[in-house]
Design a protein around this ligand. Structure first.
Ligand SMILES: Cc1cc2nc3c(=O)[nH]c(=O)nc-3n(C[C@H](O)[C@H](O)[C@H](O)COP(=O)(O)OP(=O)(O)OC[C@H]3O[C@@H](n4cnc5c(N)ncnc54)[C@H](O)[C@@H]3O)c2cc1C
Length: 397
């Protein structure tokens, strides 16, 4: 570990998560990362890998070693025919879009910002919206990982399938992911529209809004009866530059899907079964009216298609995600705890990268494969090298 790296303090995007780590280490190669992991394991140190720090949950904070993965970036092999590519895990989604587009390819979907690193995005099941569109982890077909022993392995559905099952949504606890093989799709020009409607009108039309648009989401702003409806569909015209404001962009998917989120906030998001989405949203709205009339930050409604990933929020079920936000200068906890009760009553699963107050027993109730996930994790990392306090506290007793 080079001395230049020592004593820099890691913090997340909102500044709410700060690490008192012994060392923030920048790795530039897999060989370097592998040697670092072995060295830490032998010295009894723990490691958390940092992506772009856009998680609200204490996933990266660690009082031992934090590894900045942004040096492991770049697009590797691209198979245009199979629409698949190996990508280094430290690649930002922001920079990936243009690189894939040079090959006529694109991610199948992405979230509403593109600042995450690919490794960070898949570790938490980051998603966009679309009734037929899955989260980013669901496009992963292979992983190259550095295990707690320092050994480098490749896994997929057919090679080390259990490692793959935990690695493609690992919450950073399975090992250092250095390369990711992703299923992609052909680049497409998309057209985005935003319009304002009343909340009641939005809810009355929501089934057709979800069904008739490839991507649909809405934000309801507490204190108003208005919803901002955003739809994104294949364009019938050529891309238009300069891109223009959000809500009127017509361009390649990687240019249209990300938004600009300059205002620092915290966020809680739960995924509920799709059939519960409207009722759950309505109850959150009533809760805000009744108990939290001062909240002004929006509540967001999106859809995500089911997948088969053990710890995915959309595991085995089509999903509606509902997010609540609060200013970083305000105490969000009473508000979020009240929302969490509602979300859980509707069968909700918390977003791994956002705020929740659940413990390991709660997760065991939520995820049928919870114990399997830990069994496999512990097999590949018996000494808990990749666990921080937060992850350790979730371990089944
Ligand atoms: C403004 C904003 C908008 C957002 N929008 C969305 C959205 O639209 N949809 C959505 O689903 N989420 C959204 N999120 C949440 C965000 O996508 C996730 O929290 C994501 O994990 C952040 O990625 P990151 O690169 O910042 O990772 P970090 O937050 O740095 O890390 C996340 C996890 O990944 C692990 N990790 C990172 N890299 C590796 C690696 N190479 N190997 C092993 N583990 C690794 C870390 O240890 C940690 O456990 C948003 C967050 C913010 C702040």
């Amino acid at each position: 570990m080079s001395p230049e790296n020592i004593f820099m303090q890691w913090k997340n995007w909102s500044g709410r998560q700060r690490a008192s780590q012994e060392s923030l280490v920048f790795v530039r190669s897999e060989a370097d990362a592998s040697a670092l992991v072995s060295q830490c394991a032998q010295a009894g140190k723990t490691i958390r890998v940092a992506g772009a720090g856009h998680s609200h949950a204490p996933l990266v904070t660690n009082d031992s070693i934090i590894v900045d993965s942004s040096g492991l970036a770049g697009l590797l092999e691209v198979d245009r025919q199979a629409q698949e590519a190996w990508i280094r895990a430290g690649t930002s989604i922001y920079s990936l879009g243009g690189q894939l587009h040079d090959y006529g390819l694109a991610l199948k979907n992405q979230g509403d910002i593109d600042r995450q690193l690919l490794g960070g995005a898949i570790a938490t099941g980051t998603h966009g919206t679309g009734r037929n569109l899955q989260n980013i982890s669901a496009s992963v077909t292979g992983l190259h990982m550095i295990l707690a022993s320092g050994e480098q392995v490749e896994c997929s559905k057919t090679v080390l399938p259990e490692l793959f099952a935990i690695g493609r949504l690992s919450v950073g606890a399975a090992g250092l992911v250095s390369r990711i093989r992703m299923k992609l799709q052909k680049s497409a020009v998309l057209s985005e529209q935003i319009h304002v409607a009343s909340y009641d009108d939005t809810m009355n039309r929501i089934t057709s809004l979800v069904a008739e648009n490839d991507r649909f989401e809405f934000f309801w702003y507490p204190g108003t009866d208005e919803a901002n409806i955003k739809t994104i569909n294949p364009a019938t015209t050529e891309p238009e530059y300069p891109l223009g404001e959000e809500g009127g962009r017509v361009a390649w998917s990687y240019e249209v899907l990300p938004s600009h989120r300059p205002h620092l906030h915290t966020e809680m998001e739960y995924s509920v079964p799709a059939a519960n989405g409207q009722a759950c949203f309505a109850e959150i709205r009533q809760l805000i009216h009744r108990q939290f009339p001062d909240v002004r930050w929006p509540v967001e409604y999106r859809t995500v298609a089911a997948d088969d990933i053990w710890l995915s929020m959309a595991s085995d079920r089509d999903t509606v995600t509902i997010s609540v936000h609060q200013d970083i200068k305000l105490d969000e906890e009473p508000y979020y705890r009240a929302c969490e009760e509602v979300f859980l009553a509707y069968g909700g699963r918390p977003h791994w990268g956002k705020v929740n107050y659940l413990n390991g027993d709660d997760f065991a109730r939520i995820y049928p494969r919870w114990h399997d996930w830990w069994r496999v994790r512990d097999k590949y990392d018996p000494g808990g090298v990749f666990l921080n306090d937060y992850a350790r506290a979730l371990r089944p007793g």
